[in-house]
Design a protein around this ligand. Structure first.
Ligand code: ADP
Ligand code: MG
Length: 711
């Protein structure tokens, strides 16, 4: 009865895995544990590596230190009892050329005894080593083993390249492989092709079904190094289709928001801008001029600007933001500048305010720390339009903030905000122009996915006269040396920052750390003025301390990471970071960017407290190796992985199954071109040839993006 049911069933990718031969209720549960419910899930569950069993070695030919696979039979099984009750399992494997011993130090005795019976065929993979203590020749510790059955009913897949999957306790690699084999053979052909033929031909992509089946079971002769790098045609096809759908989404979003959102075209390079340029104490760099050119072109359009501005710390983004804001004011509209922290908003305000005053432009700072009375007046001014430029934190996007006519929003230090905030500030006006600035340079691959619907400009040049910052590492035991160095700089009339880490578990603990360092410094340097700043202080207090430091009234500023972004004191030449190993790489780079802003040679002193974690070591090393924010960002992405990078998970980064943002940068570029071209030619996917694609795209989007109704 059951067999007829199975044969009558019309196969579908949505079939439950229970339909698959070899999957009983017990295994189904194990597969569920791996997140596999339907056949389709299994097809997407690709091997994490492969083992080439097409060239198995003879035991007699095994060499020390070389990863190999060989087959043989169990010749002997021994359990050695050692001191302190530690047992060792030794299995001797034999073929017609010799024997080798395979060993386990951790094992379940009863279970292993049942598995390893004399005469049973098996395939072993691992790296032979010499047993130096006993001179018994080669052995393999904790190898990978596939056991066959004596009657030969369990195939050992000798002579093929086999996939290795992540599996779960109770589900053997070999069983999982057998299930996958049945499933791929029976279902892969049901995967509908959706990539247009011309795109497939241009990019040498095999058909969808073939790509999936050959990714699971690579044909004989497939090059091992290609497989390892995920670069066989089959594998590339999977990466390609995933990234193509992602880029199609971005292309689609951009096309349709641009067309449907009427923006206000600005007249650029007006009177206020000319007056401002005359006030400026320096010339704009070539990069600043180029970027401003992009921005002005955008502002003149009748669709809203949606531009991302990248620039390393200290590259001069603030001036660019200000000129952009002034353009809005010149057009009779309001501008908003949003910063991630109170301190940075205050700094922006203090930096920009003198210019605005000279130009007769009314500017207002709005923070959540304001008294309700102050707040009321500010809100009124913003609503009535008496305020031209509002500067603030996320307080600017809260309920109750109404602009008279917001024409432009600049969002600084984007990585602290999510996509949602970007949209929230937009809603405070009717399709205002939006400029997003980020000081953490984002690796290009990530920018093309995370911000792929935006236009991108890069300030790739520093203001003139900047000197590279020299970075030095000291271990805790060398701390005095670092402090002596710092003292020498102060002797020359320079100033220094000393930064202490945030310890996430407790606020009081943080405070204790900075306070201790502050006390210690006062004791060490009795003739030096030491100031202290941290997030627990009142706004006025912080402003006074910063202003004093800027005016040179303090030589050393001890701080928590509140100074991470935006602080600008040209005479400060030393950035000493306590417990550097605890900081993230982007954060270290930001902190380092606080010095090297004037004409003096600057230093970053990293104090590391052993033992360092592997990641901690890599971060410190990356800092020593480079001052280039983009290189640092690439490193950061490598160390942390994309999910974690900048908290991308919450900021709308789609999860990628096949693609890897570091490995697949070229494919990201290609798919981006192909997808944007396709949307230009067929904006709503109406071409009969694109119907499969449209369906795949709709399925891909799910409820991820809200422009489904356009399709
Ligand atoms: P960031 O890109 O990190 O926000 P800022 O805008 O704070 O950088 O600029 C860093 C410093 O460089 C500031 O002191 C600013 O006045 C100065 N600066 C900006 N542009 C120029 C320029 N073209 N020439 C000289 N100094 C500049
Ligand atoms: Mg800045």
């Amino acid at each position: 009865m059951q067999t007829t049911e199975k044969t009558q069933h019309i196969r579908s990718l949505k079939d439950s895995i229970q339909y698959i031969k070899g999957v009983g209720p017990k295994r189904a549960l194990l597969l569920h544990k791996l997140g596999l419910q339907m056949v389709e899930d299994c097809l997407y569950f690709i091997p994490h590596r492969y083992e080439d069993r097409s060239h198995v070695k003879k035991i007699g030919a095994l060499v020390e230190g070389e990863q190999v696979t060989f087959q043989g039979k169990v010749a002997d099984v021994n359990i050695l009892h050692r001191r302190r009750r530690r047992k060792i399992l030794e299995v001797t494997v034999q073929d017609d050329t010799g024997t080798i011993c395979i060993k386990w130090f951790k094992f379940n005795e009863k279970y292993m005894k049942e598995r390893y019976t004399v005469g049973r065929p098996l395939v072993v993979s691992g790296k032979p080593t010499f047993n130096r203590y006993r001179g018994e020749g080669l052995e393999i510790i904790h190898p990978d083993v596939d056991l066959g059955s004596e009657d030969g009913s369990d195939p050992l897949d000798i002579g093929s390249i086999i996939p290795i999957y992540h599996t779960t306790e109770g589900l053997y690699q070999k069983s999982l492989r057998a299930i996958m084999k049945t499933l791929v053979a029976g279902y892969a052909h049901l995967l509908d092709e959706f990539l247009p033929g011309d795109i497939r031909r241009r990019n040498h992509l095999p058909e969808r079904g073939t790509a999936f089946s050959e990714t699971h079971f690579p044909p004989l002769g497939t090059q091992e190094n290609l497989l390892k790098q995920f670069r066989t045609e089959a594998q590339v096809r999977l990466v390609f289709e995933e990234l193509f759908l992602l880029q199609l989404g971005l292309a689609f979003k951009r096309k349709h928001t641009q067309e449907e959102e009427p923006g206000t075209p600005f007249k650029t390079r007006g009177d206020t801008i000319h007056r401002f340029i005359r006030l400026m104490q320096f010339e704009l760099t070539g990069a600043q001029i180029k970027v401003l050119g992009n921005i002005m072109d955008d502002l003149e359009q009748s669709r809203p600007m949606n531009r991302l501005l990248h620039g390393d710390v200290g590259s001069g983004k603030t001036i660019v933001a200000l000129i952009t804001l002034l353009t809005a004011v010149d057009n009779g509209m309001q501008g908003a500048l949003m910063a991630p922290t109170e301190l940075l908003a205050e700094q922006h305000y203090l930096n920009i305010q003198p210019y605005c005053q000279a130009l007769g432009i009314r500017m207002q700072l709005m923070t959540s720390a304001m008294s309700s009375k102050e707040k009321k007046t500010v809100l009124e001014n913003i609503r009535e339009g008496t305020t031209h430029i509002a500067v603030g934190t996320h307080a600017l996007i809260q309920k109750g903030v109404e602009f008279k006519n917001l024409g432009l929003a600049v969002i600084d230090e984007q990585h602290r905000f999510g996509v949602l905030q970007r949209e929230a500030i937009s809603k405070k006006g009717t399709y205002p122009h939006v400029l997003v600035m980020t000081a953490t340079p984002i690796p290009r691959s990530l920018a093309m996915t995370l911000y792929g619907d935006m236009d991108v400009s890069v300030i790739d040049e520093m203001p003139p006269g900047r000197q590279p910052i020299q970075t030095k590492r000291y271990y805790a035991s060398q701390r005095d040396k670092a402090y002596n160095f710092l003292k020498k700089e102060i002797g020359k009339g320079r100033q220094a920052y000393v930064v202490c880490p945030l310890i996430e578990e407790s606020d009081t603990q943080d405070l204790k750390t900075v306070l201790e360092v502050y006390d210690d410094l006062q004791k060490r340097f009795s003739d030096v003025a030491v100031a202290l700043i941290h997030g627990k202080l009142k706004k006025e207090e912080r402003q006074r301390i910063m202003a004093d430091f800027k005016a040179g009234k303090a030589d050393i500023l001890v701080a928590t990471t509140v100074i991470e972004v935006g602080i600008d004191v040209a005479n400060a030449t030393v950035m000493l970071i306590e417990h550097a190993e605890r900081f993230g790489l982007a954060q270290l780079h930001q902190l380092r960017g606080r010095v090297g802003r004037g004409k003096y040679h600057s230093y970053c002193l990293l104090i590391a407290y052993p033992p360092l974690t592997e990641d901690g070591k890599l971060r410190v090393k990356a800092m020593m190796d480079s001052c280039d924010g983009f290189k640092i960002a690439e490193q950061d992405l490598q160390i942390r992985g994309p999910g974690d990078f900048m908290g991308t998970r919450q900021s709308g980064m789609p999860s990628l199954v096949f693609a890897d943002l570091i490995r697949d940068i070229k494919i990201i570029e290609t798919t981006r071109k192909e997808a944007f071209n396709l949307i230009d030619r067929d904006p709503k996917l109406e071409d009969p040839e694109h119907q499969n694609l449209k369906q795949a795209f709709q399925q891909y989007l799910g409820d991820r993006l809200d422009f489904m109704d356009i399709l």
